[in-house]
Every structure is written in structure tokens, then in C-alpha cells.
Ligand binder design. Structure first.
Ligand code: ADP
Ligand code: MG
Length: 670
């Protein structure tokens, strides 16, 4: 058996299991070993039912009190049973496991592990694991991996398969140069892989993960340096000197550009009139007016007869940008088109044709813009908005489509400068620090759930004044379907509360792009008052009439993400408010939210956040958006990022052999 063998070579793995694994992109034995747990479960000593904290995983030891009931509810089989200890009772609920009827009998004692919540006045535990006392004791002495899963594949199965694959762990190749390993005192890769699956204790996990995260960062940075070498020397094929069209546009804007906007525009003009191609990151906090800068850049190249592409991470956002460009370019003889996944096929074909013929000047869209089918006539500028959603690397794909067009990447991620230099080492950076002068700072508050009725009353007043509201729905850990139901439930309750005083709508990730677009359009046109949403709303949406943002379970999000969410309000000249509803009593959670409460400045927040985290918090709140890395989080693991950056320098200076794959994991070649 070798690492390259398919996993059904392993004992006990059939084709059915192998198929499920392939959904996780795990096909070979090496893939199994590379599957890193996303956490570990401690089996703690059971607690009294009365002392169990809601919402987190607990073990209880309890006696079966009732017969097991099996009920059909729509397509589900529901199995329920009451258990109790000396302090209280809990209703256990399982789905689709009718065989349990023959497992539990009145009077037996088991240890049940799961999350307790209060439902209709009754403590409830959904889908608990169950063990005899004896079985449980062997568990408490071990740290158990929790793997990424897919429907039909249980953690138990994955654990078993990993365990049998471990016989080959010594064949796992070292990826880093010898010198780097000794210089930075890293553990051998195969040790890290072995340890990350079945670690002895938490400290051991940290060390192993550290090594694997180091790998991710190291190769990312090394690759980026290589890209930089290429792009920095690339000749400017679209030298543009005539900015009269763009200048006219600036003069006719209903506002003065901020200092930051003006500087960004100057940087861009200098770049595109220079000798080498432009690769620029425009970093500007939410609401700083990046779209206007994009429009000016677009007019600059279109004015010289070239094409421009404007790419956004979601259809909703792409559509919004398209509408903005149509509005703002109305008096210019410029053809703007929209190309997204849900565009009709016949329409798409037409767009491809006109793009190739050069009849379209500006194309706005999602990643549909970078598919092979799309051929440009003379693409001179590519702008990607909120680019962190794409991953920095996808940028190269689009860049390769034209003949090395100028590239602008726009990001609101308030990433501290020290990290930005590392992460965006292949880009020049313009930072827009100031906000448009008509803005009033957002008023914030951090409150507990008791404040909810007051918040609703306040929203009522704002709606009466003609303003609109966003509510980010409570976060639920389970599957996405639950999340959707949760949004719908919440919206229904609000509807009941507001009656005919407010029109409530909701939005969640499971909706089709068209549905989402429609809901956003209605909201923009003020046909609706309150938008209840999951965090799908976080990026870029611009509705200056919305003045209240309320975020339920604020403690569960990263600060950067919360700041993004808050940025949906305070975009016009009316006073805006952000209510962070914190459902946790933990001091740490409150301290973190206090940072947001006191400041509206994204860069300040990011720096404070970094300080508060301290190095090596692997399982802290993951920052949204930064989906570049599988394991590493540039905030939580900032120290490793810095170390990896140094190591790349060291490797280059010492001529170490860095084995960079020609093509990276998402298929982009060097
Ligand atoms: P972001 O940087 O978050 O993408 P937008 O580009 O969406 O921000 O701009 C937010 C709002 O501010 C828009 O409604 C835009 O028209 C407005 N705006 C942009 N620049 C200025 C400015 N210099 N003065 C006043 N309002 C501006
Ligand atoms: Mg924007």
C-alpha cells in the first residue's frame, strides 16, 4: 500500500464510504492523512443537569425515565425520551434513528453528551451521543478529533479511517527545506500530521498545528514573491495619459472627493501612465467611497478606448455595482453590461460576442467574468471589489485573460499594516483613511437580550421617520437549513410584533441569487422596512437610507466581520445606530465588543483585536472572508505569519530549494 492508493484500499473502507470521502476532496490515503481536524472534543466529567450551561457541549449522567417515543413529523422520524438525575430532567431528541427504541430502557443509566437548550420550557438535548459509564471512562482520558464532515459521513467513520491510514504516516514527505526546519525549530511534517490527529494533550495540538499553518503561510508567501517578480517587471501595454473624461466626471460628482480618494486616483493615474503594469490594492474602510474611485479608474481607461472589468464576490453586489454604473454613466456614451451566474444563457452568448467584438466597454459581474468562454477585445483594467472573498490568487487568472491588464484590488478588510505588507506583498497599496465629510459617526451600544424590546421600540420610531433597519439573525451552529429556518422564524416573530407598522423581509444563503437580488432591490427602493438576514449581507451593500443595524449573538463573530456588518449603516447623512446584542456573560466577549463600541475606525479595531488575542489562539473566532488558508488565520496566527515571512527571506538569501508546485491547489499556474 502507498500514499497514492485510493482510500478503498484501506481495510473496512468500501466504495460507498470512498464516494462520501471524495465529497471532501479526499481520494487517496495521503489525502486522509492531510485531513486536519477542525477541533477536538474533550470528554469532560458529567455535570449535574441543573448546572449545565446552555449552548455548549456538556456531558450528563442520567437515568432513563420514560419509554422511548417514536413519532413521524413530516419526513422525519423523531425519537424522544426523558432522562433525569438528582437535579433535573432533560428531553433527549434524535432524528431518523428509530432503532434507539430498543436501546434505552427505563431505569438504565447512561452518559449523554450534547448541547442543552431550553425549548418550550423544557431542557432539551438534540442528537446526544450516549455511552455506558465504562465506555465513557476510556473517553475522558483522550482528546478526540472532530473532522470536517459531509452528509452521510460520521465523525466516528472518519476517525476510524484516519486511524487505519496512520500506518503510512512515516511515508509522508517533508515539504520544507532542511535549513528552514532547523533554523526555525519546526517539527518534522510527519510528526505534525501524526500528532494533529490523535494528540496527547492540547499543547501538543498547538505545536502540530503551528507546523502545518507555517507550511500554508510559507508556500503562500513564497509563491506570491514569485508572482511579484513577474508582475513588477511586466511592461505596461496600455499606457494611458489622457484623463479628460475622468476629470469631467469628478467635476460633475455631487460631492467633493475625500483626500484619500484623491490620493488613490492620483496613484492610479500615475501607475497607468507609467512603464510597468499596475497592481494596486486600495484599502479603505467601509463607507470610505471605494466605488467612486473604481468609477474614475474605469472612465480613465474607457476614455482611451479600452475595456474594463469590475468583479464582485456576490451577484447581489455585482448587480448593485451595475445599477450604480448605469446611473452614474448615464450621460456618457459608454456601454455597460452585467454578467453573473444567473444571467440567461442566450443573454450570456450575446454578451460574449459583444465583449469579443469590443462593443461592451465595461463589464460588471461575479467570477463568471473569469471563465474560459469569456474573451475580451482589449481589456486594459480589471477591478475586483472586496477581493478577499476571491482569494488573492484568483486575481491572476483574470489578469492572464487580457494581455496583462492593469489590476486594482479593493478591500475594506482593516488589516493592520504589518500584516498587509506580508499578505499583499505583490501589490502596491493605497490607503484611504478619511470618510466623506457628510457622515455622522455611528452611535453604538453593547447590550444584553433584555434590551431587545427597547431596541424594537427604537426601530419603530426610526421606521416612522422613514428609515430602514437591518437585523442580523442569531447564529446557529448546525447545518445551513437550520440557519434558514431560524431567519424565517425570527422574521415571523418581528412581523407579529410590528403588525402593519413595518414590512419585514428576510434573506439567507440558501436562496437563489435571483431571489436575493429581488429582496435587495425592494429594500433599496424602500418598499420594505426591516431586513432580517444571515451574514450574507455583510459585504458592500449600499443603502444610505438604512439607519439601524442590530446584530444578535454579536459575541460569535470576529471583530472585523462585525465592523463590516456595521458598515451597512451610516452611509448617508442621517444619524445611524448599531446595536450589538451580546448573549454571553463572559468578560472576554464583552471586552472584545467594547472595542467596537468605542471606535468606528476599522484599522484601530483590527490592531486592538490583534493585541487582545495574543499569539497562538488557534480556535478563536475565525475572521470571516479570509478564506485563503485552510488552517491559518492571519489574525489569530499573526506570529506564525511573520515567522513564515522571515523564513521565506531566509530561504531566498540562502538559496534554499523551495519546492513550489507549478500549479497551486486552486489550479492557478505560476
Ligand atoms: P465603500 O468604500 O464601502 O465601497 P461606497 O463606495 O459604497 O463605499 O460609498 C458609500 C456611499 O458614500 C455611497 O452612497 C457614495 O455615493 C457615497 N460617497 C462616496 N464618496 C463620497 C464623498 N467624497 N462624499 C460624500 N459621499 C460619498
Ligand atoms: Mg464597496
Amino acid at each position: 500500500m502507498t500514499l497514492n492508493d485510493p482510500i478503498n484500499k484501506l481495510k473496512g473502507v468500501g466504495t460507498k464510504t470512498a464516494d462520501l470521502f471524495s465529497k471532501l476532496k479526499v481520494n487517496t490515503i495521503e489525502d486522509v492523512l492531510s485531513l486536519v481536524p477542525r477541533g477536538y472534543s474533550n470528554y469532560d466529567e458529567p455535570v449535574d443537569i441543573n448546572d449545565a450551561t446552555f449552548g455548549s457541549r456538556v456531558a450528563i449522567e442520567a437515568v432513563v425515565q420514560s419509554y422511548v417515543e417514536v413519532k413521524k413529523v413530516r419526513k422525519l422520524t423523531l425519537v424522544t425520551c426523558i432522562v433525569k438525575d438528582f437535579t433535573g430532567s432533560v428531553k433527549l431528541v434524535w432524528f431518523n434513528s428509530p432503532f434507539l427504541k430498543n436501546v434505552f430502557h427505563i431505569g438504565q443509566t447512561y452518559v449523554f453528551v450534547g448541547t442543552i437548550s431550553l425549548r418550550k420550557g423544557q431542557l432539551t438535548m438534540d442528537h446526544p451521543e450516549y455511552y455506558t459509564r465504562q465506555q465513557y471512562e476510556t473517553l475522558t482520558s483522550t482528546l478526540w478529533p472532530i473532522y470536517p464532515l459531509t452528509e452521510g459521513l460520521s465523525n466516528k467513520t472518519v476517525t476510524k479511517v484516519v486511524k487505519s491510514a496512520l500506518v503510512l504516516v512515516d511515508d509522508m514527505k517533508e515539504t520544507l527545506p532542511e535549513q528552514i526546519i532547523s533554523q526555525y525549530k519546526l517539527m518534522p511534517r510527519k510528526e505534525a500530521i501524526r500528532g494533529v490527529h490523535f494528540p496527547e494533550n492540547r499543547e501538543a495540538v498547538m505545536e502540530c498545528r503551528k507546523r502545518l499553518i507555517f507550511d500554508e503561510f510559507f508556500f503562500f508567501i513564497a509563491r506570491m514573491r514569485r508572482v511579484r517578480e513577474k508582475t513588477i517587471k511586466a511592461q505596461n501595454r496600455y499606457c494611458i495619459n489622457d484623463f479628460s473624461l475622468a476629470k469631467g466626471f469628478i467635476e460633475n460628482l455631487p460631492f467633493e472627493l475625500t483626500k484619500g480618494q484623491q490620493e488613490a486616483v492620483d496613484n492610479i493615474w500615475q501607475d497607468i501612465s507609467g512603464d510597468t503594469v499596475m497592481n494596486r490594492l486600495i484599502q479603505g474602510d467601509v463607507g470610505s467611497g471605494k466605488t467612486a474611485v473604481a468609477e474614475i479608474a474605469i472612465l480613465s481607461v474607457v476614455g482611451s478606448g479600452y475595456q474594463a472589468a469590475f468583479m464582485a464576490p456576490t451577484e447581489v453586489l455585482a448587480t448593485q455595482h451595475y445599477m450604480t454604473l448605469l446611473r452614474d454613466f448615464e450621460n456618457y456614451n459608454i456601454k455597460v453590461a452585467l454578467l453573473v451566474g444567473s444571467t440567461k444563457l442566450s443573454e450570456k452568448r450575446k454578451i460574449y460576442e459583444s465583449l469579443a467584438a469590443g462593443e461592451i466597454d465595461v463589464i460588471v459581474g461575479t467570477h463568471a467574468l473569469i471563465q474560459d468562454k469569456v474573451v475580451y477585445n482589449n481589456l486594459a483594467l480589471v477591478i475586483t471589489d472586496e477581493q478577499h472573498r476571491f482569494g488573492v490568487r484568483q486575481r491572476t487568472v483574470l489578469a492572464q485573460k487580457g494581455e496583462e491588464p492593469h489590476v486594482i484590488v479593493m478591500s475594506a478588510t482593516p488589516i493592520p499594516r504589518t500584516l498587509a505588507i506580508i499578505m499583499y506583498g505583490d501589490l502596491d497599496i493605497s490607503v484611504m483613511k478619511d470618510m466623506p465629510s457628510n457622515r455622522k459617526p455611528i452611535k453604538n451600544c453593547v447590550v444584553g437580550p433584555k434590551y431587545r424590546p427597547t431596541a424594537y421600540r427604537f426601530m419603530g420610531e426610526q421606521i416612522e421617520m422613514g428609515h430602514q433597519i437591518y437585523i442580523i439573525c442569531p447564529m446557529i451552529e448546525a447545518g445551513e437549513n437550520v440557519e434558514a429556518e431560524n431567519v424565517i422564524d425570527y422574521a415571523e416573530q418581528l412581523e407579529e410584533y410590528f403588525g402593519n407598522k413595518a414590512k419585514v423581509v428576510y434573506l439567507h444563503g440558501k436562496m437563489s441569487a435571483q431571489e436575493k437580488n429581488m429582496i435587495m432591490d425592494d429594500f433599496a427602493e424602500k418598499k420594505t422596512d426591516i431586513l432580517v438576514s444571515t451574514t450574507v449581507i455583510e459585504v458592500g451593500i449600499d443603502n444610505p437610507n438604512a439607519t439601524v443595524m442590530m446584530i444578535e449573538n454579536a459575541e460569535k463573530y470576529g471583530l472585523a466581520q462585525l465592523h463590516q456588518l456595521r458598515g451597512r449603516v451610516g452611509r448617508g447623512d442621517a444619524q445611524s445606530y448599531c446595536i450589538f446584542l451580546c448573549s454571553s456573560d463572559s468578560k472576554q466577549a464583552k471586552d472584545r465588543l467594547e472595542i467596537l463600541n468605542k471606535s468606528n475606525d476599522g484599522f484601530h479595531i483590527a490592531n486592538e483585536d490583534l493585541k487582545l488575542r495574543g499569539p497562538g489562539e488557534f480556535f478563536g473566532v475565525r475572521q470571516s472572508g479570509e478564506v485563503l488558508f485552510e488552517l491559518g488565520d492571519i489574525y489569530n496566527n499573526a506570529d506564525i505569519l511573520k515567522m513564515a515571512n522571515e523564513a521565506v527571506d531566509y530561504a531566498i538569501q540562502n538559496d534554499c530549494d523551495i519546492n513550489l508546485p507549478e500549479v497551486d491547489e486552486i489550479g492557478i499556474s505560476l
